[in-house]
Design a protein around this ligand. Structure first.
Ligand code: DGL
Length: 257
């Protein structure tokens, strides 16, 4: 197959990375996509870094065996655990990761705290701490670990009392100070954005890194002259390690949400 017509691979610990692939489909509608979600092993955020690194390496190998021309690690947690090593192992592969979109939040220059919602691992890892150090003098940044939130989304629970109560408690802890914006630093979280808006109101800006990552992927593919020349809509294949029909159904539902 012509290299340009090979698919793009997407990977996440589960269904979350679909929020990023959705943006990529908007930006590059003529590309073919293969999405691999590792829901059987989700959540990653509470595992050890070594475990997440191994699972991510395996997923990348799986996608490469499927003939992908580039890969998006559409998971903040897997990115912080594995992307630096992956770049060393596959120096020629167009590879993008994702990290909490702190820069656009700081550049909004709004009065108040910036809350970064993410998994405990993302917030603990060096990658995020470097990012935070870069901006800590310009804004008040508060990391908000959200254990348990990925599980709601993996179960298809995007709204309702339980999710609302969870989010209310998280956000209320910071009620002491004004909230300027909330960064969704986990690719699962854009799927509960509507429920979050219901709780915090429309005045607080909610930011995620999906679109930025999709554009970066396009830039890296273009750099290697790997963008398709097809003018037809591309194909989408979703594979999930859990092998459960409900998870595949949920994946398509989220992609079309
Ligand atoms: N979507 C992953 C992320 O962006 C969730 C990690 C998890 O499975 O805990 O961090």
């Amino acid at each position: 197959m012509d290299n340009k017509n090979r698919p793009i691979g997407f990977f996440d610990s589960g269904v979350g990375g679909l929020s990023v692939m959705k943006e990529a489909i908007q930006v590059m509608p003529n590309e073919n996509y293969i999405y691999f979600g590792d829901s059987k092993n989700a959540p990653y955020g509470v595992k050890s870094v070594e475990e997440v690194r191994d699972l991510t390496f395996k997923a990348v190998e799986f996608l490469l065996n499927k003939g992908v021309k580039g890969i998006a690690i559409a998971c903040n947690t897997a990115t912080s655990a594995a992307v630096a090593d992956l770049r060393k192992i596959y120096p020629d592969l167009p590879l993008v990761g994702i990290e909490p979109a702190l820069k656009p939040a700081v550049e909004l220059n709004k009065d108040g705290n910036i809350l970064i919602m993410a998994t405990s691992m993302t917030l603990k890892e060096e990658k995020f701490n470097r990012l935070m150090n870069r901006y800590k003098d310009r804004a008040s940044i508060i990391p908000v670990p959200c254990p348990g939130l990925v599980e709601f989304i993996e179960a298809g629970k995007l709204d309702g009392k339980e999710v609302e109560e969870y989010l209310f408690e998280k956000v209320n802890t910071y009620n002491g100070g004004k909230i300027a914006s909330i960064v969704l630093g986990c690719t699962h979280y854009p799927f509960i954005k509507d429920t979050l808006v219901k709780i915090i109101g429309k005045d607080i800006t909610i930011i995620d890194g999906g679109l930025g990552t999709a554009k970066e992927l396009r830039r890296r593919l273009s750099e290697k002259n790997l963008l398709t020349e097809s003018r037809e809509n591309g194909t989408i294949e979703i594979i999930n390690s859990s092998n459960k029909n409900e998870v595949i159904d949920l994946s398509y539902r989220l992609l079309n949400k």
